[in-house]
Design a protein around this ligand. Structure first.
Ligand code: COI
Length: 357
C-alpha cells in the first residue's frame, strides 16, 4: 500500500527543542503523524502522513466508552555519524497484532506497520535528538472510532503513529528507584488482558500508582491476581532479580507483557555468561532472599524505562534495600551493552538494529 505524504506548510512546523539534555518524557510531539484507516468491508486504506493535529471524533466513538484501544512503544536512536536506527521494530509489529487479536481489532500487516514507521521517522529525522540518553519515542496506536453506544467490535479504526523526542522515563535518570509491592489492587488475572498492550491495563493501574507515589515510591510491583503471591511486573517494566550468577524473571503466561527489552535482557544475560531462569517468584521467598543477601541486584526493563536499577523493595511493612541500594555490576553492564547496541557503539551481534534510510 502506498502511503501518501501530505504537504506541511511552514506555519505547521513547530519550534524544535533548544536544550536536548532537558527533554521531559512524552510532552513534545513532532510536526507529522501517520494515519491509516480500517473499515469493515474494505480493510486497510487511506494511508497518509500528515500534520500532527487533533482528531475530530464523535462523542459516541467506541473507544471513549468501551476502551477498544491498543498501542506500542519503540524508539529511534541517532548515532554519532548522524544516521538513525530502530531497535527490533518487528517485535513491536508482532506484539501489536497479538494485542489486536485479544481486543477483537483488525491485524495490521507487519510490512505496513514497519514501512509506515520508517517513512514517518525518515521524514521527521531532524526531530531525533542526539544528546546522550535521548531518543525519539515512537507511539503506534489503534482506536475504535465507529460512533455507536452498543458494546461490539467497531467497524472503523484509526491506526496512527506519533513521535516524541524524549530523555529518561524516570525524572531521576539512571538511578535506583524505590518500588512498593501492591497487595490490595491487582493488574491482571488469568484469561484477562494483562498480556495485551491496551490502555485499560494502564488506567486501572493508576489508583495503586497514586497510592505508591503518596508514600514516596516511584512505581508499583504487581502480584498475581489469584493468590497475590507471585511477582508479575511493574506496569512500565518487566522485573529481574540477580542471584549472583543467575538472573530470574517471571514467566510470560498471559498476565504480563512480553517485553521487547525483557527478551533482549534475557539474550544479553545469557551471552554474558549468566544463567537465566523464567519462573514463578513467590514474594515471601523473594523478600527472604533479599534480606539474606542472596538477591544481589534487581532491575526493571522496558522501552521507555530501558534498564532501571531498583534500590529498594517494600512489601507490607517490610522495606529492604537491594545490593546496598546502588547500581549493581550486572545492571550497569546490561545497560551499557543494550544502550551501546542501540546507539551503535557496541557491535550488534544479534541482528537487532534496523537503520532508517
Ligand atoms: C514503553 O516502555 O514503551 C511503554 O509503553 C510503557 C509506557 C508506560 C511508557
Amino acid at each position: 500500500m502506498e502511503i501518501q505524504v501530505l504537504p506541511l506548510s511552514e506555519a505547521d512546523k513547530k519550534p524544535k527543542f533548544t536544550d536536548e539534555t532537558n527533554l521531559v518524557f512524552g510532552r513534545t510531539f513532532t510536526d507529522r503523524m501517520l494515519l491509516i484507516e480500517w473499515k469493515a468491508g474494505t480493510g486497510w486504506g487511506d494511508a497518509r502522513i500528515k500534520k500532527y493535529e487533533p482528531f475530530v471524533l464523535e462523542p459516541a466513538a467506541l473507544v471513549f466508552h468501551y476502551a477498544q484501544e491498543i498501542f506500542e512503544g519503540l524508539k529511534a536512536y541517532r548515532w554519532e555519524d548522524g544516521s538513525i536506527a530502530l531497535f527490533r521494530p518487528e517485535m513491536n509489529a508482532r506484539r501489536f497484532n497479538h494485542s489486536a487479536d485479544r481486543l477483537c481489532m483488525p491485524e495490521m500487516p507487519e510490512e505496513l506497520f514497519l514501512k509506515g514507521i520508517e517513512q514517518l521517522v525518515s521524514l521527521e529525522r531532524d526531530w531525533v535528538p542526539g544528546a546522550v540518553g535521548t531518543s525519539l519515542y515512537i507511539r503506534p496506536a489503534m482506536i475504535a472510532v465507529e460512533p455507536v453506544v452498543g458494546v461490539k467490535p467497531s467497524d472503523h479504526y484509526y491506526f496512527f503513529v506519533i513521535l516524541s523526542p524524549v530523555g529518561a522515563y524516570y525524572p531521576k535518570g539512571f538511578k535506583p528507584v524505590r518500588i512498593m509491592v501492591e497487595d490490595e489492587y491487582v493488574r491482571a488475572a488469568p484469561g484477562g488482558t494483562g498480556e495485551a498492550k491496551t490502555g485499560g491495563n494502564y488506567a486501572s493501574s493508576l489508583k495503586a500508582g497514586l497510592k505508591a507515589k503518596k508514600k514516596g515510591f516511584d512505581q508499583v510491583l504487581w502480584l498475581d491476581g489469584v493468590e497475590k503471591r507471585y511477582v508479575e511486573e511493574v506496569g512500565a517494566m518487566n522485573m529481574f532479580f540477580a542471584y549472583g550468577n543467575k538472573v530470574v524473571t517471571a514467566p510470560i503466561g498471559g498476565t504480563i507483557l512480553n517485553g521487547v527489552t525483557r527478551d533482549s535482557v534475557l539474550q544479553l544475560s545469557r551471552s554474558l555468561g549468566f544463567e537465566v531462569e523464567e519462573r514463578k517468584i513467590d514474594i515471601h521467598d523473594l523478600m527472604r532472599d533479599i534480606e539474606s543477601g542472596k538477591v544481589t541486584e534487581a532491575f526493571g526493563s522496558g522501552t521507555a524505562a530501558v534498564i532501571t536499577p531498583v534500590g529498594e523493595l517494600c512489601y507490607k511493612d517490610d522495606c529492604l534495600e537491594i545490593g546496598g541500594g546502588g547500581v549493581g555490576a550486572l545492571t550497569q553492564k546490561l545497560y551499557d551493552t543494550l544502550t551501546g547496541i542501540q546507539w551503535g557503539k557496541v557491535a550488534d551481534t544479534f541482528g537487532w538494529i534496523k537503520k532508517i534510510s
